[in-house]
Design a protein around this ligand. Structure first.
Ligand SMILES: [Zn+2]
Length: 384
């Protein structure tokens, strides 16, 4: 069973953990699956069922919960290929617009391999000619268009309490930056598992709360079930991606003497990370910044990618111990693949759907490697 849950903060949310060497506690702008899983495990522990957590956890897959505003059809993190004007950032008409650079950059790379390019790759603002910079964060889509989603924050200074002595430790003040509750703000994510376990997750979220400082009133959420986000369908996204890809290729190829007039045959598609991804080709080897896909029994490597590294930690809910820190690819990382239809047969859309359900890379049980095939924002090669 698969259910989309909507969490509405009723008090400040602090998603993160105080590091030993820091007196700042700053929340993440989304709720990782491992934090929801932690609340569920805490609920079991409080009910005296700690011994059963490990076995039950294997039946549950909890993805990440992303911010959305009331009335939006869906929300997504921007791909890191999304750029906006440096001087007047943001969607039109308030800003000079946001565009996605993935298709133009990938096409440029293809042409570079096949011909001599007369000019270096550059995208400047259509309106003012200034440079463009990555956008970051989330955006939402509604009938009226697109809007950036800014997650409201609030700041507080807290006195640290010693767990053992239940007393304020002298001089231990720390700064907390938390998500502020707002009437139209919610976090949406999916949970797969047996109905009774999903029910348990919902109850634990209501009773235990979520994130840090729940004993001090933080982390209270209202939980309800909702419709799946109204993304365009997967097949439609892949087909539109290929239309735009071909068009951008043909437009650019006309400017390049000696370039083949059309792109190489096959179906182009991307894998876009909605959360950090942890990739390792060899279980004992070093972490990598790109995934290898297993699609229809073929190991597919990306031909083009835009990514940045980050570090991810974590907490084992079964053991109550910190997990190793891994090198990971940042959320929003995008990887381009080409399926060679004429050699391998038609692309299997069902296999791509399964990839979206299973995620990619390691530690997917904690919410890492959540992905979307052909992020709809890649189609926006003109500023919007
Ligand atoms: Zn501009």
């Amino acid at each position: 069973m698969s259910v989309w849950l909507r969490l509405k903060p009723q008090s400040p949310l602090l998603i993160g953990r105080l590091k030993a060497d820091s007196s700042y506690l700053v929340t993440l702008p989304y709720i990782p699956g491992r934090v929801v899983r932690g609340a569920w495990a805490e609920g079991r522990r409080m009910a005296g069922n700690a011994a059963t957590i490990s076995a039950a956890a294997r039946q549950l897959r909890i993805w990440n919960f992303h911010p959305i505003r009331e009335g939006m059809a869906y929300s997504l993190p921007f791909p890191i290929s999304a750029w906006t004007c440096k001087r007047h950032p943001g969607f039109q008409p308030q800003g000079h617009g946001v565009l996605d650079s993935l298709i133009p950059r990938w096409v440029y790379r293809l042409l570079e391999e096949r011909a001599r390019l007369p000019v270096p790759f550059q995208i400047v603002c259509d309106v003012c000619g200034d440079r463009m910079t990555p956008v970051g964060g989330y955006y939402g889509v509604s009938g009226g268009g697109r809007a950036r989603i800014s997650v409201p924050l609030q700041f507080q200074t807290k006195v640290a309490l010693s767990r053992q002595r239940r007393a304020a430790m002298e001089g231990m003040l720390y700064q907390v930056t938390a998500i502020a509750p707002q009437e139209d703000l919610a976090f949406v994510g999916r949970v797969h598992g047996p109905p009774n376990l999903i029910r348990e997750v919902e109850e634990a979220l209501t009773q235990v709360g979520i994130g840090a400082l729940t004993r001090r009133g933080y982390g209270q959420v209202r939980v309800c079930r909702g419709d799946p986000p109204a993304y365009p369908g997967l097949r439609e996204r892949v087909e539109r991606f290929n239309e735009i890809f071909r068009k951008v290729y043909e437009d650019l190829a006309r400017l390049v003497p000696g370039a083949p007039a059309s792109p190489p045959e096959g179906t182009f598609f991307t894998i876009d990370l909605l959360a950090p991804g942890v990739f390792r080709e060899d279980p004992l080897g070093p972490p990598m910044l790109w995934p290898t896909l297993d699609l229809g029994g073929r190991a597919l490597r990306p031909l083009f990618w835009i990514t940045r590294p980050t570090l991810v930690g974590g907490w084992s809910t079964a053991w109550g111990l910190p997990k190793p820190v891994d090198l990971a690819a940042l959320a929003g990382s995008t990887y381009g693949f080409r399926w060679r239809d004429s050699e391998w047969g038609p692309l299997d859309f069902r296999a791509l759907e399964q990839l979206e359900e299973a995620g990619v890379g390691e530690r997917t049980d904690e919410g890492f490697g959540e992905l979307m095939v052909c992020h709809p924002f890649h189609l926006e090669v003109e500023p919007v």
